[in-house]
Ligand binder design. Structure first.
Ligand SMILES: [Fe+2]
Ligand SMILES: [Fe+2]
Length: 270
């Protein structure tokens, strides 16, 4: 791939990258280790109460949640390493070298949790679609936009939600760390996207709005996706989930607007 390319680092005009470097420093300060999670001290996932059937059903539900997050972080490894390889700027490469480590550390933690919970469950097809959309997008601007500006921001509220329903477990601790890490991934993406869009013409801007219009319905399908292990909760929480998703998507549109894009053509999937 593009690893042999020259890294662009002219002596002047690097002020634009101050924001990206700030997130590089922050990422280094926030670095943590999988062995630092409370393994053996806390239960890995919430332990079910009640009849054996009820307990088994809850365990299947948690296995399905863990599977979806493991899948998301394995795909994030692919996307982060693609960004590391194709970003032409020295500061961005420095930052992405930390993001590759983060996504790989997240994957390791999910793998360990999935092992404790008895294995994986059904794969979320919408996550695969979201990753392909990003990996196959034509330009760096689109990739940063889809992954860091949108996905990593919208997923934070999911981590908070999982943490709230898994108090006192390793899973809660992991979700809190991931919410922080993805906050940094998102912030770095916003800072870099601002640099990338500095001299963007109308056509580039239009391509980003089109990319958002492809992403949003797929993200909605991902957020509302319920495999059979979670169908029973799905029915209970559908209205609330839809409401929460709508708020998340509105945040996405506001972010696009703050990057100077004309969002009047963004189509909300609701
Ligand atoms: Fe991650
Ligand atoms: Fe991330």
């Amino acid at each position: 791939m593009a690893t042999g390319q020259l890294i662009e680092m002219p002596a002047e005009g690097r002020e634009a990258f101050t924001g990206v470097l700030r997130f590089y420093d922050l990422a280094k300060r926030q670095e943590w280790q999988v062995k630092g999670l409370p393994w053996g001290e806390l239960a890995p996932i919430p332990e079910g109460k009640g009849t054996p059937q009820r307990q088994a059903r809850r365990k299947d539900m948690w296995r399905s949640v863990l599977t979806q997050q493991l899948q998301a972080d394995m795909l994030a490894c692919d996307m982060a390493s693609q960004l590391l390889n194709i970003a032409p700027d020295h500061e961005a490469k420095l930052y992405y070298s930390t993001m590759v480590q983060d996504e790989s550390r997240h994957t390791e933690a999910w793998l360990k949790l999935v092992g404790e919970a008895g294995g994986t469950a059904e794969r979320d097809p919408h996550l695969d679609n979201l990753a392909h959309m990003t990996l196959e997008a034509d330009t760096l601007q689109e990739k940063v936009f889809l992954m860091q500006v949108f996905y990593e921001r919208l997923i934070i509220s999911r981590f908070r939600l999982i943490a709230r329903s898994s108090r006192g477990t390793v899973l809660e601790d992991l979700c809190n760390r991931l919410a922080t890490d993805d906050g940094i991934h998102h912030g770095a993406g916003m800072a870099y996207e601002r640099v990338l869009l500095q001299n963007a013409d109308k056509k580039t801007q239009r391509k980003l709005v089109d990319a958002a219009n492809r992403l949003l319905p797929e993200f909605a399908a991902h957020a509302m996706w319920r495999p059979k292990e979670r169908a029973w909760i799905g029915r209970m929480m559908e209205a609330r989930d839809a409401e929460r998703l709508k708020e998340d998507l509105e945040i996405g549109v506001r972010l696009a607007e703050s990057l100077g894009l004309d969002v009047s053509d963004v189509e909300m999937p609701f």
